[in-house]
Ligand binder design. Structure first.
Ligand code: FAD
Ligand code: AMP
Length: 473
């Protein structure tokens, strides 16, 4: 006799959403989660709520306010003296935001009658999970279910030349918890996390050097956007060194010296703190994958089909631990889809239409393919761009940096990619995602009335520009 219809392992945005959707569909559901948050207290929410999306955005927001008040308020005629950053208060605010959201998930579990089994889950078979508590007062138990959903997420990737001690050399988790602004800061990796965390501490006064092994900046983004963002971030004071491969680190009194190779030449950089932001790797530790024959691919991701079915019957895997973009909303979408599949429905997740956002300022956001990708595929395309400089609202806001670029099929006009570098790009991209989800064309956006004056008018104008009829540029 099974104890549950579904056991979910992991309560990040993949797992907790899957559990809630399962419960909504009338399935008896448990969720195994062993995370210990502040003060060693068990917490739901996974990477995203505890040490990822949410705390990073809290710090990005605080540091944005600080930079705005100390540097840009004067453009509005506001003079401010003696602006000070209290890092302790900023961190406390971030912790409170995190806590209120993680407690919120616990509340949602209660409301939906989901059993939270505190501990680390180990597969004993395709229907059986052993739960090993991560607190001293918990009890070990074995539970059975008709279906298992694995949502164990990811952890920061490590590189041998920069061993993380969470004091001088930190990963993203350590970099979210600095109790003072470092005078000098090194960041290894100019990916999403490196740029966001580098921006936080630069805005608060750190001198930040970002070392990126690749010669290209943000190769996954459209080149027009990446080039523009690179120039802007450099102008803001982020010293991004491309083609800089880190080869070693040496602890020094109160800091670290980083050795790296730049164009074949050996270089050194000494900083107070170093953030290792070289990507994330799937987390299958402790799951007993090999023991139960759960197949992993060459890079350690759990192998799944298009519907997130693993190699074991009735066992599914979702989110960062499987192929596809490592993004919270992708994990959640797969969670919903798998719950509905188990309940006998026919869901579908379209991994081609997943929006990406990098929360620098201006923000970078895109959905679909880049111009360089489409050209490499030999697609015939047309593009339309609109600079934020020409937007009335952007001018009124003093946020004229950036551009919106739309790419459509040359023959059918179907939208193939939308790329934004602009204030609030994270919100603006939603319109493009919706249009592309409906198989929309640039003409669909061009024929849509947008409120005036708004930043979203730049979306309208870029769509008009695809057919050479932008009005304001
Ligand atoms: P996770 O959130 O990693 O959750 C997995 C959970 O499983 C964890 O709670 C873990 O404790 C638990 N677990 C693991 N193994 C076991 C086990 N054996 N038994 C029980 N429990 C287990 N994404 C965005 O979309 N937007 C952003 O702005 C964004 N910002 C980020 C900023 C940072 C600094 C970082 C690090 C990540 C960011 N991400 C962002 C990525 C996002 O956090 C992940 O894509 C997302 O959390 C993946 O969700 P998940 O449910 O697959 O896994
Ligand atoms: P992301 O996967 O988007 O988080 O980005 C991580 C970045 O770190 C990638 O752009 C990698 O090229 C970069 N990276 C990985 N290893 C090194 C290294 N040894 N030195 C510098 N950059 C690195």
């Amino acid at each position: 006799m099974a104890d549950y219809d579904v056991i979910v392992i992991g309560a990040g945005p993949g797992g907790y959403v899957a559990a809630i959707r399962c419960a909504q569909l009338g399935l008896k559901t448990a969720c195994v989660e062993g995370w210990l948050g502040a003060g060693g207290k068990p917490a739901l929410g996974g990477t995203c709520l505890n040490v990822g999306c949410i705390p990073s955005k809290a710090l990005l927001d605080s540091s944005h306010h600080y930079e705005h008040i100390s540097r840009h308020a004067k453009d509005h005629g506001i003079s401010v003296q003696g602006v000070e950053m209290n890092v302790g208060v900023m961190q406390k605010r971030k912790d409170k935001v995190v806590q209120s959201l993680t407690l919120g998930i616990a509340g949602l579990f209660k409301k939906n009658k989901i059993d939270w089994l505190q501990g680390s889950g180990k597969l004993l078979g395709a229907n059986e999970v052993e739960v090993n508590p991560t607190t001293s007062d918990g009890k070990k138990q074995t539970v059975r279910a008709g279906h298992i959903i694995i949502a164990t997420g990811s952890v920061p990737a490590r590189i041998p030349p920069a061993p993380v001690d969470q004091k001088t050399i930190v990963d993203s988790t350590g970099a979210l918890a600095f109790d003072a602004v470092p005078g000098t800061l090194g960041v290894i990796g100019a990916g999403v996390i490196g740029l966001e965390l580098g921006s936080v501490w630069r805005r608060l006064g750190a001198q930040v050097v970002v070392l990126e092994a690749l010669d290209d900046f943000l190769p996954a983004a459209d080149k027009t956007i990446a080039d523009e963002a690179f120039k802007t971030l450099i102008k803001q004071g982020l010293d991004i060194r491309l083609g800089a491969k880190v080869t070693g680190t040496q602890a020094r009194d109160g800091g670290v010296t980083v050795s790296y190779e730049l164009k074949g030449e050996k270089q050194e950089l000494t900083v107070e703190k170093l953030i290792v932001a070289v990507g994330r790797k799937p987390n299958t530790e402790g799951l007993n994958a090999a023991g139960v024959g759960l197949k992993l691919d060459a890079r350690g991701f759990i192998e799944v089909d298009a519907d997130c079915r693993t190699s074991l019957p009735n066992v599914y895997a979702i989110g960062d631990v499987v192929r596809g973009p490592m993004l919270a909303h992708k994990a959640s979408e797969e969670g919903v889809a798998v719950a509905e599949l188990i309940a006998g429905q026919h869901p579908h997740v379209n991994l081609d239409i997943v929006p990406w956002v990098i929360y620098t300022w201006p923000e970078i956001a895109w959905v679909g393919k880049s111009e360089q990708q489409l050209r490499a595929e030999g697609r015939e395309i047309k593009t339309g761009s609109f600079p934020m400089m020409a937007s009335g609202r952007a001018k009124a806001m003093n946020e004229t940096g950036g551009v919106v670029k739309m790419i459509a099929d040359a023959r059918t006009d179907e939208l193939l990619g939308v790329h934004i570098f602009a204030a609030n790009a994270s919100e603006l991209i939603a319109e493009a995602v919706l249009a592309m989800n409906y198989g929309g064309s640039s003409e669909d956006i061009a024929l849509t009335i947008h409120s005036h004056p708004t930043l979203a008018e730049a979306m309208h104008e870029a769509a008009l520009a695809v057919s050479g009829r932008a009005i304001h540029f």
